[in-house]
Ligand binder design. Sequence first.
Ligand SMILES: Nc1nc2c(ncn2[C@@H]2O[C@H](COP(=O)(O)OP(=O)(O)OP(=O)(O)O)[C@@H](O)[C@H]2O)c(=O)[nH]1
Ligand SMILES: [Mg+2]
Length: 395
Amino acid sequence: MSYRIGLVGKPSVGKSTFFNAATMNDVPEGAYPFTTIDPSLGEAYVRTECAAPEFGRTCQPSVGKCEDGTRFVPIKLVDIAGLVPGAHEGRGLGNQFLTDLNETDALIHVVDFSGQTDAEGEATEGHDPREDIEFLEDELDAWYLDILQKGIQRYEDKQLSDPDPEEILGEQLSAFGISPAAIKQTILSIGLTVEPSEWDDEAQETLAREIRKRTKPMVIAANKMDLPEAQDNWNEITEDPAYDHLTFVPVSAHAEKALKNGAEQDVLEYVPGDSDFEITGDLPREKKTGLEQIREFAGEFDGTGVQQALEAAVFDVLELKAVFPGTASGEWTNGPFRDCFLLPSDATAEEFAYHLHTDIGEGFLHGIDCRSERQVGAETVLDDRAVIEVISTNQ
Ligand SMILES: Nc1nc2c(ncn2[C@@H]2O[C@H](COP(=O)(O)OP(=O)(O)OP(=O)(O)O)[C@@H](O)[C@H]2O)c(=O)[nH]1
Ligand SMILES: [Mg+2]
């Protein structure tokens, strides 16, 4: 299974530009609202340091790629249609794309930090990006609340048969990928009793918001940071303590697209995520000037931000780790270091075995940490970038 990150935001903020830069696809981009209607699904990558060089090996990735010792591990990226205020009541493209959101594990909220698009995605000046940050959370919360309230209604209709509230709510909210046990835990964590008929409007809203935060963790991609207005907004908003709880990444999707295009046309050398690149081709003066501006930007912000936003979503908010299947003997049947998997931060050696194959998990005896050559037990929580051989009766 592959993790899925959704790009969300109001129209014309640069979601498709970000998507194309990250996946090198060719989804239409445009300075008009609702350029994107159907969600597009593509493959993007997150970086981790490859383990092969430590073992004196050159890796042979079965998926993704490796450049100069940096492993690019695939994830799925979805470009979702622009969201406008009132979407949960069917405005704009309405519920259709709220449904597309269901299938994502985390979100990158793309915000136009330059303030040059209004709430509907039309060109303007001086729009406050704070409004966009709040509106998207409110819109998602309103949608979650609708579904939660349907669940509460169903529970109340079934009172006579004495159901477990978390089971009924779990069925109603199943599309969000939350289990009845996790629902119960969320209810208790905000100080409510597990009795929906006792929840007033405020309690219902708080619960909807908590479930949304838990099932759709979010990174804010502050896009169009190549424009001076965006940099002013960035300074103000990221210094405002009211936004301390959010993860912001400064981004220029345009810059990333230009660098990827240049690399594809063999006129520059650029490893995605790097803060610098080398011009290798003969370019007209205005192209060179444009690239020098990008170099300045990427130097100041430590990259164009596209790669960094993906990694913030995967490693910071989803809290995943990378694990390499290894061999303690140094013998590889199918080529060295073919795989690198993303797993939850608390994944154990036995869970890793199950991830490889159910049979391998069922026959799990122990693991071997290939760096120290020590045995690891079923319950051992693996480190990020662990290299593990699984010993199983079902090899
Ligand atoms: N200056 C600047 N402009 C950008 C950047 N990213 C995107 N744009 C421009 O913003 C406009 C909208 O970009 P899209 O990628 O089509 O926006 P979208 O969010 O997918 O829009 P919808 O599909 O309509 O929801 C286009 O004119 C892009 O060229 C950026 O990093 N910097
Ligand atoms: Mg689009």
